[in-house]
Every structure is written in structure tokens, then in C-alpha cells.
Ligand binder design. Structure first.
Ligand code: DC
Length: 215
């Protein structure tokens, strides 16, 4: 049976996560936040003090993990880890293990298992290129590093946290560089993806643009 998939790829801070949630709500489809899966795997590695370069040990560990998502919460081996996967240490560890081909291969089936009726919205870096190459609709959202850093700064200040814009721009550029230049599943639009530069757009405008393409 054909189960439709709509993929949304792009760099961190391009607004993929919010648009993916809005689409899943509107269509009543399932939602895959693939970054959260990578983050839970990295958290498990940190908790076990594994080297983030030891591909064989990381891959063996992943094959035994119990990763679940229920009602918007992430669970690792029966423990809720939603907040733990969002800190900077975990983000940095995640982008390190995400360059390893066997780690990516070990997480592939887990991601594909989310493809269930009536359909799936898949948010990530390689959803349209690797995980769901046969997706019904593919989008690639992007925005300048400056705009993404400003959005992040606003998010942080809403949480009562402070940061310097120039540091955030530097972090974003470093992460883009790592995600785009890795040999396996680099961050890039699928050949058949609709590319939307969200820099000059509001969230409502991006959502309207995506809906216009799928209607
Ligand atoms: O989208 P995010 O910030 O939660 O992603 C965390 C990290 O995981 C980021 O460095 C990119 C990586 N990632 C990936 O390599 N492939 C995916 N499909 C999703 C995320």
C-alpha cells in the first residue's frame, strides 16, 4: 500500500520544525523529527561515555537502544529525555556522530518505521535524498546564517537566556559546514525538491507557500 510522505529538509534554524508540525496538524499525518532520533542516540553515547569517533561501538550501542516518541516526548530505554536532548552538549555530540556512515545506516529503519497511514511529514537533513527518496512532495527550507542566528537569539531570550549574535552566527556556520561536507547524506536539496528561502518570509507565509505547492 502506498503511504504518502512529505519531506522537509534544510539547515538548523530554517523553520522546518514548526512548518512540519503545522502540516502534520493540518493533514492529520504522523510526524518524524529525525534530528531528535540522532539526538537521542548521541545522548545515549554521552551517558555511556563512548568515544564519539568509535563508529563500531556507537553502531553496536544503537542496535540495542529502545528509542520511542510518545505525545511529543522522547524516551530512551523507558526514560523521558525530551529536555536532555536539547542542550548544546548534546547538539554538538549529535553533529559529530551524524557524520558516521554506519551510525546513519543503523538509524535508517527506525526512521522508515514512522511511515504509517494516513501519511508522514518527515523533518531532517536527508529525508528527501536518502530516507524517503520516493516521497510524494519534497521541500528544502533555507535562510541566511544571520537570519537563523537572529531567530535563535530571539528563542533564547524568550527562555530567559542570553547569547551573542556573532557567536551564534559562528556556531551556525560551523554546523552547516559539517552537515554539508560529510561524505554520507550531506545536507543538500533533493533534485526534485522545492527550495524555499525563508529569510524574507513570516512563518505564515512559508506555510502558505508549502500548501500552495501541495494543493
Ligand atoms: O535538526 P536538529 O538540530 O535536531 O539535528 C541535530 C543534528 O543531527 C544536526 O547536527 C544534524 C543531524 N541530523 C542529521 O544528520 N540528519 C538528520 N536527518 C537529522 C539531523
Amino acid at each position: 500500500m502506498h503511504i504518502p510522505v512529505l519531506t522537509i529538509d534544510g539547515p538548523a534554524g530554517a523553520g522546518k520544525g514548526s512548518i512540519a508540525c503545522m502540516l502534520a496538524d493540518k493533514l492529520g499525518w504522523h510526524l518524524l523529527d529525525s534530528g531528535a532520533i540522532y539526538r537521542v542516540a548521541a545522548l545515549a553515547a554521552l551517558r555511556r561515555s563512548l568515544s564519539l569517533h568509535d563508529e563500531a561501538a556507537l553502531t553496536a550501542m544503537i542496535s540495542k537502544l529502545n528509542i520511542e516518541f510518545k505525545n511529543g516526548e522522547a524516551w530512551l530505554d523507558g526514560q523521558k529525555v525530551t529536555a536532555d536532548i536539547r542542550n548544546e552538549a548534546c547538539a554538538s555530540a549529535t553533529s559529530q556522530i551524524a557524520v558516521l556512515p554506519n551510525v546513519r545506516a543503523a538509524l535508517l529503519q527506525l526512521q522508515r518505521n514512522f511511515r504509517q497511514l494516513p501519511g508522514l511529514i518527515a523533518d531532517g537533513r536527508d529525508m528527501g535524498t536518502v530516507v524517503f527518496p520516493d516521497a510524494t512532495h519534497k521541500f528544502y527550507l533555507t535562510a541566511s546564517a544571520e537570519i537563523r542566528a537572529e531567530r535563535r537569539l530571539k528563542q533564547l531570550s524568550e527562555q530567559g537566556l542570553s547569547a551573542k549574535l556573532c557567536d551564534l552566527i559562528q556556531d551556525i556556520n560551523a554546523r552547516d559546514e559539517r552537515d554539508s561536507n560529510r561524505p554520507v547524506a550531506p545536507l543538500k536539496p533533493a533534485d526534485d525538491a522545492v527550495v524555499i528561502d525563508t529569510s524574507p518570509l513570516t512563518q505564515a507565509e512559508v506555510f502558505a507557500e508549502v500548501l500552495r505547492h501541495i494543493s
